[in-house]
Ligand binder design. Structure first.
Ligand SMILES: Cc1cc2nc3c(=O)[nH]c(=O)nc-3n(C[C@H](O)[C@H](O)[C@H](O)COP(=O)(O)OP(=O)(O)OC[C@H]3O[C@@H](n4cnc5c(N)ncnc54)[C@H](O)[C@@H]3O)c2cc1C
Length: 369
């Protein structure tokens, strides 16, 4: 009996589990290792923060998916990988041997060299950490008897969408005493997105009183302020770290081939370039054709990954996969309105939000919610 070990219940692996539920692998034990019994679909997270969805509507049950697929679920994190012995080390102290492993554990929060940030800065990842902390942060805003200043460190897509979502939630609760500021190294939020989309986002942010501190890097987070790289301070009662995706340390430490950022280098079959018994997909992978870290590409990798894991376990030929060149980005702006980008094109409106809502709900429903 061979063993296939799935590390992480990410967007590509939920497709692998669904494919196994439809048709199991012969003579193969499949194990899923992931720290939580559910997978939060990040595309709906801003909507949860804004108060548009219950958290259950944004979550896939890994418990239910593994049961349907006949997969053994180990609720723990991978902490290390021993490639010579072909086993992973787990946060519960166990080690799990494998014949083939597939890694879809997502990124970690970018490790900023922040002084004394412990306890004051709230990172977006792990997402379960943010989900656990958000009600407490909201409660602090409700209880503040003066202006509550929230700094959002970052000005990319996740940071900007969260700023809109938080603003919408505070407005809905009548908490007008909050002041939101995005802080980023770029001249304007959403660097890399089409010009017209950036311009519209900037207008919407300004219209809602969400400030952008441009061209600055946060060097320290303290209890009552963040310190910027030019020596200035911005008063802040809380700081959210939305600074982008970094690779976990253990893949590179194990000796797997990684890119300069520590992301696992894979070929078109999604096999590691150095260890073909290891596959990787989603944000933790550095694809042969480089693509942005985005849920879209993690989701798209699911079907080819499922097919190639089935092929390698059955001794069949693996098929190459080339991710699509462009992805559709739909960024909600708090209410029932969203910005849309496709390559260099952009548009916006209530229709874009309805479209996003339909895509997101369909994704969760597809995997049994
Ligand atoms: C607020 C926010 C909004 C976003 N909105 C969008 C959007 O609208 N569209 C879009 O395309 N992208 C969006 N993104 C980016 C998107 O979240 C990521 O690109 C996507 O989650 C990557 O999927 P993944 O499968 O690689 O990893 P993840 O979705 O992060 O899943 C990884 C899984 O592995 C588990 N895991 C983590 N570490 C370990 C470990 N050591 N061992 C075992 N298991 C582990 C995790 O618990 C999780 O279940 C957003 C990100 C954020 C933060």
């Amino acid at each position: 009996m061979r063993r296939l070990l799935l590390v992480g219940g990410g967007h590509a692996h939920v497709h692998v589990l669904a494919a196994l539920a439809a048709s199991r692998l012969a003579a193969t034990e499949v194990v899923l290792l992931s720290p939580h019994a559910r997978q939060i679909y990040s595309g709906m997270l801003p909507g949860w923060i804004a108060g548009q969805y219950a958290i259950e509507a944004c979550a896939l049950s890994l418990d239910a998916l593994t049961r349907r697929a006949g997969v053994r679920f180990v609720q723990a994190s991978c902490t290390g990988l021993d490639l010579a012995a072909q086993q992973v080390h787990c946060s519960n102290g166990d080690s799990i041997p494998f014949d083939y492993a597939s890694i879809d554990c997502g990124p970690v929060a970018q490790a900023l060299d922040l002084q004394d940030s412990a306890g004051h800065a709230l990172p977006l990842r792990p997402i379960e950490g943010l989900v656990a902390a958000w009600p407490g942060l909201l409660q602090r805003v409700r209880q503040a008897n003066r202006e509550f200043r929230l700094a959002i460190v970052g000005d990319g897509a996740a940071a900007t969408e969260l700023a809109f979502a938080i603003h919408a939630r505070l407005e809905a609760e009548g908490l007008g005493q909050a002041r939101l500021t995005l802080i980023g190294a770029n001249p304007a939020p959403l660097a890399g997105f089409p010009f017209l989309l950036r311009r519209q986002a900037a207008r919407l942010l300004a219209g809602r009183g969400i400030a952008h501190r441009a061209g600055r890097v946060v060097v320290a987070v303290r209890a009552d302020h963040v310190q910027l790289d030019d020596g200035s301070r911005l008063a802040a009662d809380a700081a959210l770290l939305a600074t982008g995706a970094a690779a976990p340390a253990w893949p590179a430490a194990s000796g797997l081939a990684t890119d300069a950022g520590g992301f696992i280098r894979v070929g078109q079959t999604l096999q590691s370039l150095s260890h073909p018994c290891v596959f990787a997909a989603g944000d933790v992978a550095a694809y042969a054709d480089a693509r942005p870290k985005s849920g879209v590409f993690a989701v798209r990798a699911g079907p080819p990954l499922a097919a190639n894991l089935r092929a390698i376990c059955g001794g069949q030929a693996l098929q190459p996969w080339q991710p699509q060149r462009r992805a559709l980005y739909l960024l909600s702006t708090g209410g029932r309105h969203a910005l849309a980008a496709w390559g260099g094109l952009s548009a916006s409106g209530a229709w874009a939000w309805r479209w996003k809502d339909r895509i997101d709900r369909r994704f969760v429903a597809q995997f049994g919610g």
